[in-house]
Design a protein around this ligand. Structure first.
Ligand code: ZN
Length: 390
């Protein structure tokens, strides 16, 4: 790992560790769940998010912050089954007024269709009776192509940030770009460029790093195969849409939004034989939930839409905007902090910022920024109270 990645990740990890330690101490207090309610609004559906479930990170995932070990995943799932009530997507959809769900409901979700979820995570969910939703990008199915995030990660780990910057400069036709970390690539650069510029960025990465993309994708074997997807569906797991190419939606035209979503839905339904009725916003930021995207999802009959900003879903939370929290912790106290305390604190922070007109969170401010095309910052992956990404 380059010192740059190490610095960025260490800062995020340290901040998260300190917050988890502080909030996690509540776990040992009598009536910990009751005490947690003092930190914010009535918390209804807890949605948790996982990506890669693997004991080791590879060049394709090191620096993304989306890998959890099998031991930690198992600890998280057992914490959920011991202290919450796992629910399925159908339960969430059927809960029309936010009051029909059981006490402390939790919905488990997985983004990005890593093959690692098929071998360990899904069977464990099955064994423990935990329903789950798997959000898939059709482009990566059967390892035909790498997701851009994994390609960026690989090039950064193997060739360094210099190659990333050279490709970014080629994509934007300017030398006035200086990306210092993977977090900046995913949070600042990719969300603001067009679909065409993303493709130029991708092809420049491939050319500069001298990669055969198809061979590398097949060799890495990162993602689910069609058969594994069918197996998940056969075990009654829900299959959801995550766009065809895992693209940030805020810069897409109406036609591009429709193509990314419809193409993916058609492919996933054809392969899995199951209706796709939920959508996870790539990168998880509400800034990507644009008017165009919302309108298209509504027209296409999607029944639930998920973000990943790590806030608490109140009783009145609408299914078209359900937030999720990325799980990294392994101990009960840290999991309590991640699921029960920090989402409330983020919600409270956003409410305070919005109500004092200094905030940049909340639907209205996000949509306003999107329309104006201002450079936006998606929440940083794995950050403590600052937010989540997927
Ligand atoms: Zn994703």
């Amino acid at each position: 790992m380059s010192p740059l990645f190490a610095t960025t990740r260490n800062k995020v990890s340290s901040r998260r560790a300190v917050l988890n330690l502080a909030a996690g101490t509540l776990w040992y207090a009598p009536g910990s769940f009751r005490i947690a309610r003092m930190f914010g609004p009535r918390y209804s559906l807890r949605c948790v998010l996982f990506h890669d479930v693997s004991d080791t990170e590879s060049s394709f995932t090191r620096g993304l912050g989306g890998t959890i070990t099998r031991k930690n995943f198992e600890a998280a799932l057992k914490f959920i089954t011991n202290h919450y009530t796992p629910v399925g997507l159908q339960d969430v959809i059927a809960d029309s007024d936010g009051r029909a769900l059981p006490p402390r409901p939790v919905l488990v979700t997985f983004d990005d269709a890593y093959a690692s979820v098929s071998g360990f995570a899904a069977p464990l969910c099955s064994t423990l009776g935990v329903p789950a939703v798997f959000f898939v990008n059709g482009e990566c199915l059967d390892n035909r192509r790498l997701a851009l995030d994994n390609l960026v990660c690989y090039v950064a780990n193997v060739c360094g940030m210099g190659t990333i910057n050279a490709a970014a400069q080629a994509a934007c036709g300017t030398h006035d770009i200086d990306l210092g970390s993977l977090a900046q690539v995913f949070s600042h650069f990719l969300p603001t460029i067009s679909l065409h510029a993303r493709e130029v960025f991708r092809s420049s990465l491939v050319e500069l790093a001298r990669i055969s993309e198809g061979d590398l994708a097949a060799e890495a074997g990162l993602y689910l195969s069609s058969q594994q997807l069918r197996d998940l569906a056969a075990f009654n797991f829900e299959i959801g849409d995550h766009t065809y190419t895992h693209t940030s939606c805020r810069s897409l035209s109406v036609e591009e939004v429709a193509d990314e979503i419809d193409r993916n839905k058609a492919m996933l339904e054809a392969v899995s034989g199951r209706k796709v009725r939920s959508f996870s916003v790539p990168y998880g930021s509400s800034a990507d939930l644009t008017t165009n995207l919302v309108a298209h999802l509504h027209r296409s009959g999607y029944e639930a839409v998920f973000l990943a900003e790590g806030c608490a879903n109140s009783l009145r939370a609408h299914r078209s905007r359900l937030d999720r929290v990325s799980i990294k912790a392994s101990s009960d106290s840290a999991l309590f902090s991640e699921i029960e305390v920090l989402p409330r604190l983020r919600t409270l922070r956003n409410w305070v910022l919005d109500s004092t007109n200094f905030g940049t969170h909340g639907k209205n401010s996000d949509l306003r920024k999107t329309r104006s095309g201002t450079l936006q910052c998606a929440p940083e992956k794995g950050a403590g109270i600052s937010g989540e990404r997927n």
